[in-house]
Design a binder for this molecule. Sequence first.
Ligand SMILES: C[S@@+](CC[C@H](N)C(=O)[O-])C[C@H]1O[C@@H](n2cnc3c(N)ncnc32)[C@H](O)[C@@H]1O
Length: 279
Amino acid sequence: MKAPACYQVTFECPESQREQLYAILALMPVLGTEESDDTIVAYFQWEGTAEQLLSALSEHLTAMPGIVLHYPEQYQEQDWYRRWIGTLQPIIVSDRIAVVPPEVDTALDRPITLTISHRATFGTGQHATTQLCLQLLENIVAPGQQWLDAGTGTGILAIAIARLGARGVIAVDSDPAAIAEAEENARNNGVQNIEFFCADLLSFPFPSVDGVVANLYLHLHQQLLPQYERALATGGHLICSGVLQQDQAELVALLRQHRFEPVEIRERQNWIAVWSRKQ
Ligand SMILES: C[S@@+](CC[C@H](N)C(=O)[O-])C[C@H]1O[C@@H](n2cnc3c(N)ncnc32)[C@H](O)[C@@H]1O
């Protein structure tokens, strides 16, 4: 098999479509991204040719005509990595929570500062949906609770829940690379009460918990709602994100079909996170 090469691709992307572009990039083997006023440059590790990468990207972007895609250029990984490290910044989520990449040496006055690695796994803290979930969790998680993080990615939400005082967290992802990265992130944050499982949520036996956070996508929420319903007792907390604002009514209707009543809906850059409680 051909060794993967490193490519950089420049996207000219209006502000209004940035979050959608990031959501698409999260599905691809992206090492990292750099943002400027008009462009996003994404760095890929790719086993095929530049033409195949271009064609895979073009297929994902057919519904987004506002984005102009440049031809992939090959680069030396070391050059990019050194430049990219220099662009990383802490992410301030709220008065209490911040997320910092391990390469950034900074002192922040946020009591919950999470050190989360920036590799190919989703959940660096940059995405609006992750930030919305963190802001909701901050107000909901109480000491002694047991939570389930469905689709943990880097483990960012599970680690935040543990740092907010939960008794334990079960964190599930179907991607073995994500679980390995999440376990490393948990160790780096000194958190020991998270149990990680590499499994498909659709066949994972959800245990009884006090809260479920699921930053996934609408269709998967639809399929998982019977499991959320079984896992939570009356009053139990459910946070669903990864859903666009235009799909809010559909998500709320699905939640109500499964005995969940929305308590708070947060929105950022066209994405929503819905906190609901089991009736
Ligand atoms: C949008 S990311 C969320 C990551 C992190 N929780 C956050 O909020 O930033 C969704 C994660 O769910 C995982 N995932 C998607 N479908 C899944 C499934 N059927 N079973 C288990 N994990 C799944 C993906 O691998 C990905 O890591």
